[in-house]
Design a protein around this ligand. Structure first.
Ligand code: PRX
Length: 685
């Protein structure tokens, strides 16, 4: 097959695939298979199922050998001690502990920059920056990037930031965002990037939790036609943090001139400093702080099903090796590639696959400040043609929204440079997969549908383009060293074709090591549900051919446009509104976002429903969490369906929200079954 083509299963190669992976005959007729072209496979890093099988087998039978061979390609000031990995993933055997390359001393910034420069790539473009407005752009070579990183690192040191200190970064997608991450890593400081779409309250919550010495921000950002004053948000967050006893010494502010001039920016003398006034004055060299492989690299907060966001902590050595390796194989990376990941560095995807993974490979990366549909829906393909992007990695929500806008926005651009496409954040529905494949990739580019999480640091289940025929909507097979298991409710592992809860057996180098300041919560959330395994919180099925199909979260986490939002967080924002007595939030299918937020709200006695109140409730969530968490729908609820012991029955609420009214199931156990009829009556009001 010379070009990739969508074929029904049953073709000859499939039996070979089954023979290799499952050791059993082909059975599935249910799913289409998309084969990589012979051309693509012949030049791919992993060019056949056999090659994958051989590497995978070694990675799980001899993880120490497999990973230390790879780690040897990186720079270690001192080599790690034996064993390469020491772990306990079973709560029944004591505290959970994961360590990789312990005793090894290294630095991820050195490996991203100095190492690549020393090998002769100092003149290669590290970052092409594309601004919100077409025509605004800039670039930095690896050598120039190192200079900038060193200047900032020196500034931070001068401000008293030392190894192990936290720095909060609240920046839009300017080059200064990866620069700030790398500068922290260079001096052993622990960065915590907060997505610049979070509200001041969310930012304050994170500042209070990790107590940074310095906050790095920018005065404003333009997203599409809208200017957002980030500095105002930071100011409010710092007032809020001070109320909680956390005062921050310095707020380093980058003047983002195309969005807002410094004259119009509110300023607090003594605390606020313009980046451009101080950082360029520092030397362009800065000694590296050599850190232990298990020293913390960063904290990234993510939503859970209960309580406040969790500070996911990643350490240095294992994360470095894992992000570099996953990037290389899942995108079949070649040094000539130009790579664009549309994620913001405020999320894990931007950490592992805008900054660290690509730069560890010496890749040329696009950093895009703007919105993908500004000035129109062709912007992505305009950028692809402008920089001759070869690898394009995005989220299904963007694919669906561009698909809705029409093919003509895509086909008016060449896109000839594209070679590999990628998807992340939520299951990609087969129709979006096909559109991405056929229209964007001209039926030529394999799609790496990468399943992973903030907690996993890097890809866990992902196609290796060139190795496998793909099935639209399946993340295919585990990455090297990853042993997924599907368990039933009792935690019993199910073999073969099945459906259940997705867990992982034994650790991988990129695994997170703890939740900052709360190792108990770490153990309870991830390791106690199914003892002996890491529990992902996702449902999953495995088909007859051994392909994995992610089916979405099984806990109270909603995945909106690939962003994790805890129902509990939205509920607590809603009930903080003086007129809201109670709230229950569920996820509901959404055409573009994947899932939307659907909130049932009970008002304080005597308060009438009104459009104004609906808006004010939504505003409360926007200001407490961020605009991306705003409910799509408020459903007035005179009462909520509860069991006699007072537990809200979300199962019923989910059915009402999705209007599956014939499938409400048994409501007789409710304290007051009439509540359900009332809710149905108010469904469309
Ligand atoms: O439910 C899964 C979904 O996103 C969750 C992880 O979210 P977060 O930590 O914010 O990281 C997002 C980027 C890695 C997972 O538990 N998810 C992520 N990628 C996929 C996915 N679901 C299905 N297919 C994917 N490719």
């Amino acid at each position: 097959v010379d070009s990739m083509s969508v074929k029904p299963s049953g073709a000859g190669k499939v039996s070979q695939l089954n023979a290799v992976i499952l050791g059993e005959a082909l059975a599935s007729e249910a799913h289409d298979l998309v084969f990589p072209s012979r051309d693509f496979s012949s030049q791919a890093l992993v060019s056949s199922p056999e090659k994958y099988e051989e590497m995978y087998k070694r990675s799980v039978e001899d993880p120490a050998g497999f990973w230390s061979d790879i780690a040897s390609d990186f720079y270690w000031k001192e080599k790690w001690s034996q064993p390469v990995c020491s772990e306990n993933l079973d709560v029944r055997n004591g505290n959970i502990k994961i360590e990789w390359f312990k005793g090894g001393r290294t630095n991820i910034c050195y490996n991203c920059l100095d190492r690549n420069i020393e090998s002769g790539n100092g003149g290669k473009v590290a970052i092409y920056w594309e601004g919100n407005e077409p025509g605004f752009d800039a670039s930095l070579t690896y050598a120039q990037l190192l200079d900038k990183v060193c200047q900032l690192a020196n500034y931070l040191k001068d401000m008293g930031v030392r190894k192990g200190d936290a720095v909060v970064i609240y920046l839009p997608m300017l080059m200064e965002l990866p620069i700030a991450m790398l500068a922290c890593a260079r001096i052993g400081a622990v960065h915590s990037v907060v997505f610049a779409g979070f509200s001041s309250e969310s930012l304050a919550q994170r500042i209070v939790d990790c107590k940074p010495k310095v906050v790095i921000t920018s005065n404003a950002v333009k997203r599409g036609p809208k200017v957002i004053s980030l500095k105002d948000i930071v100011d409010a967050a710092l007032v809020e943090s001070a109320k909680n006893g956390i005062s921050v010494d310095a707020c380093l502010t980058y003047e983002n001139q195309s969005a807002m001039k410094r004259e119009t920016t509110k300023w607090q003398e003594g605390r606020d400093i313009w980046w451009q006034d101080v950082v360029p004055k520092y030397p362009t060299t800065c000694d590296v702080e050599w850190v232990d492989a298990e020293d913390p690299l960063f904290l990234l907060y993510t939503s859970g099903s209960t309580g406040k966001p969790k500070g996911v902590l990643h350490t240095t050595g294992g994360y470095m090796i894992y992000t570099a390796t996953t990037f290389k194989y899942a995108f079949d990376y070649k040094p000539s590639d130009v790579y664009w990941c549309t994620a913001d560095c405020g999320w894990i995807t931007g950490h592992s696959y805008v900054t660290f993974g690509p730069m560890l490979n010496g890749a040329t990366v696009i950093v895009f400040e703007g919105a993908p549909n500004y000035p129109d829906s062709g912007r992505c393909w305009d950028i692809v043609d402008k920089y001759k992007v070869t690898i394009f990695y995005t989220a299904p929500t963007l694919v669906r929204s561009l698909m809705r806008d029409g093919d003509e926005y895509v086909t008016r651009y060449s896109r000839k440079s594209l070679r590999v496409l990628g998807s992340v954040g939520e299951p990609i529905n087969p129709s979006a997969w096909r559109w991405f494949f056929n229209v964007v990739g001209d039926s030529r580019c394999p799609i790496s549908d990468t399943w992973w999480q903030t907690e996993t640091g890097g890809f866990m289940i992902t196609p290796l383009p060139g190795a496998w025929p793909q099935k639209p909507g399946s993340a295919t097979f585990p990455f090297f060293g990853v042993q997924p298991v599907i368990v039933d409710e009792k935690g019993i592992e199910i073999e073969g074709e099945c459906n259940g809860y997705l867990c992982v057996k034994s650790s991988w180098p990129g695994a997170f090591r703890t939740l900052y300041g709360d190792h108990d919560r770490y153990e309870t959330t991830y390791f106690k549900a199914f003892p002996g395994y890491y529990f992902s919180g996702d449902g999953c099925s495995r088909d007859k051919d051994g392909y994995y199909w992610l089916t979405g979260r099984v806990d109270d986490v909603i995945n909106v446009s690939g962003h994790r939002i805890g129902t509990a967080e939205v509920e607590s924002a809603l009930v903080s509104h003086p007129k809201c007595a109670e709230a229950a939030v569920v996820g509901v299918e959404h055409e573009v976002k994947g899932q939307g937020i659907y909130a049932f709200v009970t008002l304080v006695e005597g308060v009438p429903y009104s459009e104004e109140l609906r808006k004010s409730l939504i505003m409360t969530v926007r200001s407490q969490i961020g605009a991306f968490a705003a409910p799509d729908r408020i459903h007035w609820a005179p009462g909520l369906p509860k069991t006699r012991s007072g537990k809200i029955m979300r199962r019923i609420l989910r059915k009402i929200a999705s209007r599956q009214l014939n499938e409400l199931g048994d409501t007789s156990t409710l304290a007051d079954p009439n509540v359900v009829d009332e809710l149905i009556k108010l469904a469309d009001s």
